[in-house]
Design a protein around this ligand. Structure first.
Ligand code: SAM
Ligand code: DTB
Ligand code: SF4
Length: 329
């Protein structure tokens, strides 16, 4: 059953289950909604890097922090299309275009819509992450055929003010509302390892799991260390089992959502990634680069999945939880 009325106490109790019970419960739900041998793949491209007016304390792209990331202009649609072709050839099923903006300018919308149309015409699912959107901007992107919009809540409502001051959790929730009401599928998750405590991680998942509808995709990022940003002063490494518990809890609270093991995989052992897949993670970013930081090489991921007897999801619509393949041995 898909529930959107989870309480903190219920989530905490699930999170704290003995590890074998937690894993069993997550695996049962995973197999009821997806084929656990199948991993969805997305590829990321930074279509506009750096110089961002927001002050997110974890991010290399904020103009408020001196991180050495060079600010660029918005890429041209033909350059984006060339990157999308390469991503498709390397096995990605979804192409996610990210921009370091607080929100897109209306003058950029024509270009963005062209990117969506042309990438979609390649047979890739399209995703964008551009910051806050107005309902009118959502409508334009929907009309162009955008499949997913990524907009993370990043942490718990209580910890949010510690990681950004130029926007609030309410701002994030408002854009998510516009996206959902505009009929674009929602990709929304957060980051672990920014100095938050266990209850913040649980509260973040409860916030996601009590939205009017669960996000279709839930990215779980480990904070990729950026030297010199504010978060670097209070970040703490995440215990590997704590990560697995968070993945399992995400799977249990939002059983039909795709859970993406996102940033931070370069720091994870193969064994830890395998445990995350067993706990219910069923998506990864494919390709050497995330936005400004590294991701495991595509050949390494192919090798890992082969060693585990797992495989990449076929081209869409497998990524849609409602249309996804049900458990098959
Ligand atoms: N500017 C838009 C926004 O903030 O929504 C889109 C791009 S922003 C870089 C997308 C997401 O990347 C953030 O919400 C955050 O979750 C993630 N992110 C940014 N820096 C990160 C880091 N160093 N480690 C892990 N995740 C990070
Ligand atoms: C998400 O949750 N993770 C991706 C994607 N959505 C846009 C971004 C990860 C960025 C990691 C830091 C960087 O490469 O700059
Ligand atoms: Fe800008 Fe997004 Fe980075 Fe925040 S997370 S500084 S909004 S690019």
């Amino acid at each position: 059953m898909i529930r959107t009325d989870w309480t903190m106490a219920e989530a905490q109790a699930i999170h704290d289950l003995p590890f074998p019970k937690l894993m069993r419960r997550a695996q049962d739900l995973h197999a009821a909604h997806f084929d656990p041998q199948v991993i969805e793949t997305a590829s990321l491209l930074s279509i506009k890097t750096g110089g961002c007016p927001e002050d997110c304390g974890y991010c290399s792209q904020s103009a408020h922090h001196d991180t050495g990331v060079k600010a660029t202009r918005l890429m041209q649609p033909d350059e984006v299309l060339a990157a999308a072709r390469r991503a498709k050839a390397s096995g990605a099923r979804r192409f996610c275009m990210g921009a370091a903006w607080r929100s897109p300018k209306d003058r950029d919308m024509d270009k963005l819509c062209r990117m969506v149309r042309e990438v979609g015409a390649l047979g890739l699912e399209t995703c964008m992450t551009l910051g806050m959107l107005s309902p009118a901007q959502v409508a334009r992107l929907k009309e162009a055929g955008l499949d997913f919009y990524n907009h993370n809540i990043d942490t718990s409502p209580g910890y949010y003010a510690r990681i950004a001051s130029t926007r609030t959790m309410e701002d994030r929730l408002e854009t998510l509302d516009h996206v959902r009401k505009g009929g674009i599928r929602v990709c929304c998750g957060g980051i672990l390892g920014m100095g938050e405590d266990e209850s913040d991680r649980i509260a973040m998942l409860v916030t996601l799991a009590t939205l009017p509808a669960h996000p279709d995709s839930v990215p779980v990022n480990l904070w990729n260390r950026i030297e010199g940003v504010p978060v670097d002063r209070h970040a703490r490494p995440v215990d590997p089992f704590a990560l697995v518990r968070v993945v399992a809890l995400a799977r249990i609270l939002m059983p039909a959502s795709v859970v993406r093991l996102s940033a931070g995989r370069t720091e994870m052992s193969d064994e830890l990634q395998a445990l995350c897949f067993l706990a219910g993670a069923n998506s990864i970013f494919l390709g050497d680069q995330l936005l400004t930081t590294e991701n495991p090489a595509a050949w390494k991921d192919a090798e890992l999945l082969a060693r585990l007897g797992m495989r990449i999801a076929p081209a869409s619509p497998a990524a849609s939880p409602t249309a996804g393949p049900l458990a098959a041995e």
